[in-house]
Design a protein around this ligand. Sequence first.
Ligand SMILES: [Fe+2]
Ligand SMILES: [Fe+2]
Length: 247
Amino acid sequence: MATVEAAAATSAASPVSGGAAEACGLPDFSSATYKDAYSRINAIVIEGEQEAHDNYIAIGTLIPEQADELTKLARMELKHMKGFTACANNLGVVADMPFAKSFFAPLHDNFQKALAEGKVTTCLLIQAILIEAFAISAYHIYIPVADPFARKITEGVVKDEYTHLNYGQEWLKANLDNVREELEQANRDNLPLVRKMLEQVAGDAAVLQMDKEDLMADFLSSYQEALIEIGFTGREIARMAAAALVG
Ligand SMILES: [Fe+2]
Ligand SMILES: [Fe+2]
């Protein structure tokens, strides 16, 4: 499992340019290269939080008795989105939203298809497990190399994302007997998309001193822990994780 310490050690070893930031082994947040990469990474985060908001509201239409709880989760996502928008403003960066929309499109389309078919399990796997685990890993790896303003905001956000992951986990656990098959298919269809998203973002993440392998390891760790909690065996989880390699 990638740890915050490991990420910090990676960043400390990376050469950077810039004054005070360099002294701490952090990137030069004011450089054009940093800002360029940040315009896409920050946009992905903003779009991700917006998608999360919309997805929880949508899931509430499939499980009306949970709509109030899901609306609470959705509100938290909007708060996150505002926080990350402030992070871009703080650095004088304009988020590249068209890029972020195309980045999320395959996962977005799969969610919309599942929603139209009333597939609660697939919707929860995509949003509450995959997207939340993806967000948690990205925020974990980002925190040690973030600028002080963004670090504080991200630390607050990551705690909320665990609440959301936990929500999906508990619902799927309670319904596992009925949802197992759909869950495995949804995993097969969507885990490869998450792997591709991680690969697509790796270059920009590296500019922010976020290591691709750390991101992958942290994501798989959160994902695996969620699947254990839901009730899958080690062997079943290994099979499910293998879908990322063949998809
Ligand atoms: Fe969020
Ligand atoms: Fe979330």
